[in-house]
Write a protein that binds this ligand. Structure first.
Ligand code: PEP
Length: 247
């Protein structure tokens, strides 16, 4: 039985004032029936971890370097994330793939390092609108899966987020049938590559314009084990109903 996961990606939003949202979220959900993960910007990580220490909210990074340490100005290592109190890291988000030219092999190298360090990796996959229109979605997802997911993946160290690029921050959402098709496809490929046990235990999140108004119907889709939420994770008032819809 896969435990549901509500994950929030704050992206490059929030300063210390935003930490109050974590206190509010923790007070609304003292004993959640689902896992809650918030990924704030790197400078807020340790304070976010302190703010949630007495709660069941966990904290994650939004990226890490593939190297364990060294001369990489401006980057953050997996060990640094752990040291700051993070237990997870988002990798291969489409904004990183686009802004920083991250390719599948880069994501895979980062994931290997993060898994070796003991972090849960949330690896993002998703097609562009042009790829969807050209009916290439499943080919793109297959390539991203084989290129980005390391062989050491398990149900404990891997979460996959299916995030169609055209749905991120746009208010556009695939149909429930389209979400089901991709999530079923990912599940089958995971089972084929890693065996049924691991393949069935990896959690599959949907991401892209998830809101309180559409969360319940998305969560009812088979093989959707939760969501990776951007904009609607910034305020406890928006994220809380999404958590409730998942419970
Ligand atoms: C995201 O960036 O991971 C995301 C899903 O953003 P939004 O929920 O704002 O579409």
């Amino acid at each position: 039985m896969r435990r549901k996961l509500a994950a929030g990606n704050w992206k490059m939003n929030g300063t210390s004032a935003a930490l109050a949202e974590l206190n509010t979220l923790a007070s609304i959900h003292p004993t959640p029936d689902v896992d809650i993960l918030i990924c704030p910007p790197a400078p807020l990580l340790s304070r976010a971890a302190d703010a949630t220490a007495q709660s069941q909210i966990t904290i994650g990074g939004q990226d890490c370097h593939a190297a364990v340490s060294g001369a990489h100005t401006g980057d953050t290592s997996a060990d640094m994330l752990l040291d700051a109190g993070a237990t997870a890291v988002i990798l291969g988000h489409s904004e990183r793939r686009e802004d920083h030219d991250e390719r599948n092999e880069d994501v895979r190298a980062k994931a290997r390092t993060a898994m070796n360090a003991g972090l849960v990796t949330v690896i993002c996959l998703g097609e562009s609108l042009a790829q969807r229109v050209a009916a290439n979605t499943l080919d793109i997802i297959a390539g991203q899966m084989s290129g980005s997911i390391p062989d050491q993946a398990t149900g404990e160290n891997l979460v996959i987020a299916y995030e169609p690029i055209w749905a991120i921050g746009t208010g556009m959402v695939p149909t429930l049938e389209q979400i089901a098709e991709v999530h079923d496809f990912i599940r089958v490929r995971l089972e084929r590559r890693f065996g049924e046990g691991v393949g069935r235990s990896v959690r599959l999140l949907y991401g892209g314009s998830v809101k309180p108004s559409n969360a319940a119907e998305i969560f009812a889709v088979p093989n959707v084990d939760g969501a990776l939420v951007g904009g609607a994770s910034l305020k406890a008032a928006d994220f809380s109903p999404i958590i409730t819809a998942l419970e």
